[in-house]
Design a protein around this ligand. Structure first.
Ligand code: FCB
Length: 442
């Protein structure tokens, strides 16, 4: 099976990449990394499928060279990876772990040696446990700690990375983890969540400032988006959908680009925001050079009894991936178009994550993931429609290079272009990997 879009269907200079993150692939038992709040979360019964953690993961810490060969072998231009805070600063502050710095130094040089653009994300969720002990993202001090970490790692690799973004998916860091309780630290507390929502942006701004001070360029932000669709045509469902959309899709962009939070959330958020929060927008609005959008699915939202946001997610009619996520490529086109129109104007946009989980079993040494090829194809078509409408999309990044640790779902959900056997750790490129390689050669 082929992708119907080749490289030549995209503008000159459009970049194609694939993404991973530190805790999901590296193996945090190796190389002197400190404990993270994901280790704590996974060690607590009921939080993670089979209580799996990232201690070994894909053993990328030792197999990185083979993995970078796979990125290059697909003909990709860019590799989006993250740097583990707990690997660099096991205590979350102060002295750096030299082995950790050496690891990312080798990784960046390894990417450059293969002609790949290193796209760094500073934080993809493995908070050092000593910082979680001090309240983690609820504590305003996290922003200063994060700026210090940014300085430590970027003094080492900042001269060679192609791009850098501070925080992957603020919504997941704050809301998913402190209000819905699905990710570490697993809180369900509106005050904790609201403070985390704000502190994540403050930390972003301080990290951007720290990287500018080092003379770095091509700095961005990476947010995730879910198309919010009303479950029925009642005014109550429309209002509930607006609340969902405001928290998920508009809160961070409003803060970053307009220096305010949406009116829709203020009714519930105002009592919980930290004292003096308005003054932080000077920091939060530090200019950036691009915005990354992560997109996977849509949600159907109904009104529900109970406290704000008084909503419920209900199942929708579209075909679903292994995650149970509806396949809705029009949502990607919507967000690219709406983001440029309402927030970013001419700023370059990148799709920094898109992909799907599938069962992906190996049959006679091959993995025929036709569903993933169709998913990628439909989303590439959505990117092309946005481009045709004049949206400045500059790249597209597949989640993920490898099957990996899918957080609370453990190793059960496979998102990779490359299959990983979690017993032998053998890597096997799937049909989607080969299809992508052929499309990029066209
Ligand atoms: C995103 C995360 C990534 C992975 C994918 C499936 O929200 O950034 O780590 O879990 O979803």
């Amino acid at each position: 099976m082929e992708l119907s879009h080749g490289r030549s269907d995209f503008p000159e200079g459009f970049v194609f990449g694939t993404a991973t993150s530190a805790y999901q692939i590296e193996g945090h038992a190796f190389g002197g990394a400190g404990p993270t709040h994901w280790d704590t979360f996974a060690a607590t019964p009921g939080n993670v499928v089979r209580a799996e953690n990232g201690a070994r993961a894909c053993d990328h810490y030792h197999r990185w060279a083979e993995d970078l060969d796979l990125v290059a072998g697909a003909g990709l231009d860019l590799y989006r990876f993250s740097t583990s805070w707990a690997r660099i600063q096991p205590e979350g502050r102060g002295a750096a772990n030299p082995e950790g710095l050496d690891f990312y130094d080798r990784l960046v040089d390894g990417l450059l040696a293969r002609g790949l653009k290193p796209a760094a994300t500073l934080y993809h969720w493995e908070l050092p446990a000593p910082l979680a002990d001090r309240g983690g993202w609820q504590n305003r001090d996290i922003a200063a700690r994060f700026a210090e970490f940014t300085d430590v790692i970027m003094r080492r690799i900042g001269d060679r990375v192609w791009s850098a973004a501070p925080i992957n998916e603020p919504w997941c860091v704050a809301w998913l983890s402190h209000f819905l309780g699905h990710h570490a630290p697993g809180l369900r507390d509106i005050r904790a969540a609201v403070r985390a929502m704000h502190h994540v942006l403050l930390a972003h701004g301080q990290a951007i400032t720290a990287m500018r001070a080092l003379g770095m360029r091509n700095l961005g932000a990476v947010c995730n988006f879910e198309r919010a669709l009303p479950a029925d045509d009642s005014p109550a469902a429309a209002a509930a959908t607006d609340r969902y959309d405001a928290v998920y899709n508009r809160f961070f962009l409003s803060g970053l680009f307009h220096g305010r939070y949406p009116d829709t959330v203020m009714e519930a958020f105002a009592p919980h925001l930290p004292v003096g929060w308005e003054a932080d927008f000077d920091t939060i609005r530090a200019p950036i050079d691009w915005l990354g959008l992560n997109y996977y699915t849509c949600k159907r939202i109904a009104a529900a009894p109970g406290p704000w946001p008084a909503l419920a997610e209900v199942p929708g009619p579209l075909p679903k991936t292994e995650m149970g996520w509806e396949i809705h490529p029009e949502g990607l086109e919507h967000f690219l178009t709406a983001t440029a129109r309402d927030f970013t104007g001419d700023l370059p946009l990148y799709v920094t994550e898109n992909g799907m989980a599938a069962p992906d079993t190996r049959v006679a040494g091959r993995i025929e993931d036709a569903d993933r090829i169709a998913y990628l194809d439909a989303h590439l078509a959505a990117v092309r429609r946005a481009l045709a409408a004049g949206v400045p999309v500059r790249g597209y990044v597949v989640w993920s290079l490898l099957d990996n640790y899918e957080w609370a779902l453990g190793y059960a959900k496979r998102f990779g272009l490359v299959h990983v056997d979690f017993e032998s750790l053998q890597r096997t490129p799937k049909a989607s990997y080969h299809a992508l390689a052929r499309a990029l050669a066209r």
